[in-house]
Design a protein around this ligand. Structure first.
Ligand code: SAH
Ligand code: SF4
Ligand code: F3S
Length: 443
């Protein structure tokens, strides 16, 4: 708390782990807290309120959060008035156990409780007790509330919450509940408001956007894409994630015909052998996935495809792994996020036999990454000499004279800055493609 010009200022610091859905939730939490007088600060020491929006998709994600919880203990000792809360997926999973383990936590709020945050913080400001609320059942969507967005050009827009898929390795359906879609007009309104505030790009978010609207049946995902594409002033529309089991031809046609719908599909395959896909409960096969990719590439020839891959799933043999490498060489993704299987208790895979040895998991991960990096580098090399349209974002991390932007296919492009502003659309000739970035010059 600080007094500036006779006014009291309260500060909040939000730490966010996990996926884009968590980033988006945190933007709504920041909006809620701003409405009761909290301003954002970068400094943990200055904060009157620290919130960790947590992830539990892998054990490493949880370890990071426990590390942070430990670090915050001494801040709380220095400033007993500090309010410290845990939200997000780990809050949902661990609930009251978190406070038992770390009594310096003031409140734990589940994934369904974003809209209660301000009320809970007010209660704690007044009484300084503990609050734990991770009750399931109530499914109020954080619709229409204030949002304090983290980006200036690109806005995250959740279109649905939860997941019904129960992939056998995954904790998300247990901590995020069943699928609930927002109404199409609420989504369009949010996109219109973002455009009015100067945003040029939106990313529509859901654990599986293809099942959008299956609950309310007022619009399906393809309908929604068309509605968002038609919002005046929107320049680029992205979306994630698409489950390969139900990406419809109607969605493919919508992307093909849409003006602002970007030619990039994140289409996580997770694995490249039928035996493992079946054990993962992914519902599709290697063959049906390849057929889907053929249809996508036929309709949208310049599409970029990216994926998520898991090595070390229980029962994975050398033969499965070889099939996975062959699969990658055949599909040729633009890039891939690669993960080591992490046992999540409560999921079916956690009790499967033949868990893979840690060292083997690491060896396979390294092998997989080497194969994929080679493919990414080759695909980017083929872009040498081409001219790409990019949306300018701002200075690159290491050098203010070099700025970056992204292609519609979501590739990062670096170029020498010469007066461009963030949000400009410019053309860049690619001169030096690399595995992760394309370097070029404005034309
Ligand atoms: N709903 C999205 C993303 C969910 S989580 C989808 O289905 O694609 C993001 C990624 O984390 C998943 O795609 C998967 O590759 C990975 N993941 C999920 N659970 C995991 C686990 N137990 N161990 C390792 N990686 C996991
Ligand atoms: Fe997890 Fe599967 Fe749902 Fe994705 S689709 S969130 S991997 S259960
Ligand atoms: Fe993590 Fe929850 Fe997202 S577990 S990946 S933050 S849905």
């Amino acid at each position: 708390m600080k007094v500036i010009d006779g006014n009291m200022h309260k500060y909040m610091k939000l730490l966010v782990y996990g996926c884009q859905m968590n980033v988006s939730d945190a933007e709504r939490m920041a909006g809620e807290l701003a409405a009761i007088g909290y301003e954002q600060t970068d400094s943990m020491e200055d904060a009157d309120l620290i919130l960790i929006n947590t992830c539990c998709v892998r054990e490493t994600a949880e370890d990071h959060v426990y590390g942070k919880i430990g670090e915050i203990k001494h801040l709380k000792q220095k400033n007993p008035q500090l309010i410290f809360g845990i939200t997000g997926c780990m809050a949902q999973k661990e609930a009251g156990n978190l406070i038992k383990r770390a009594p310096h936590i003031d409140f734990v709020l589940g994934t369904n409780k974003v809209h209660e945050l301000a009320q809970v913080v007010r209660e704690i400001e007044a009484e300084h007790g503990h609050v734990v609320d991770t009750a399931e059942g109530e499914t109020k969507l954080p619709d229409g509330g204030p949002v304090q967005r983290s980006g200036r050009l690109s806005a995250w827009v959740p279109i649905m919450y939860g997941c019904n898929n129960f992939c056998s390795y995954c904790i998300v359906p247990y901590v995020r509940g069943r699928e609930r879609s927002r109404q199409p007009e609420d989504i369009v309104k949010e996109v219109e408001e973002a455009v009015a505030q100067g945003y040029k790009e939106v990313t529509l978010l859901g654990q599986n956007v293809n099942s959008y609207g299956k609950d309310h049946k007022r619009a399906d995902f393809a309908d929604l894409l068309k509605l968002v594409d038609a919002v005046p002033g929107i320049e680029r529309v992205r979306f994630m994630t698409s489950h390969p089991k139900d990406l419809s031809d109607k969605v493919i046609a919508a992307i093909r015909d849409g003006k602002h719908l970007c030619e990039h599909i994140h289409l996580p395959v997770q694995y490249g052998s039928n035996k493992i896909l079946k054990a993962m409960n992914r519902v599709y096969t290697v063959e049906s996935y390849k057929d889907l990719v053929r249809r996508i590439r036929r309709e949208i020839p310049n599409v970029a495809l990216t994926t998520d891959l898991i090595v070390g799933f229980p029962g994975e043999t050398d033969d499965d792994f070889r099939q996975m490498l062959d699969f990658l060489k055949e599909i040729r993704y633009d890039s891939a996020y690669t993960f080591i299987y992490s046992k999540r208790s409560g999921t079916p895979a956690a009790t499967m036999e033949n868990q893979v040895d840690d060292q083997l998991k690491h060896e396979r991960l390294n092998h997989l990454m080497a194969v994929q990096n080679q493919i990414s580098a080759e695909i980017n090399e083929a872009l040498k000499g081409t001219v790409q349209e990019i949306m300018v974002e701002g200075p690159s991390k290491n050098d203010d004279a070099i700025w970056n932007g992204r292609t519609r296919t979501n590739k990062l492009v670096l170029f020498p800055h010469n007066g461009e502003e963030p949000g400009d659309f410019i053309h860049v000739k690619i001169t030096q493609p690399q595995t992760w970035v394309l370097k070029g010059e404005r034309v």
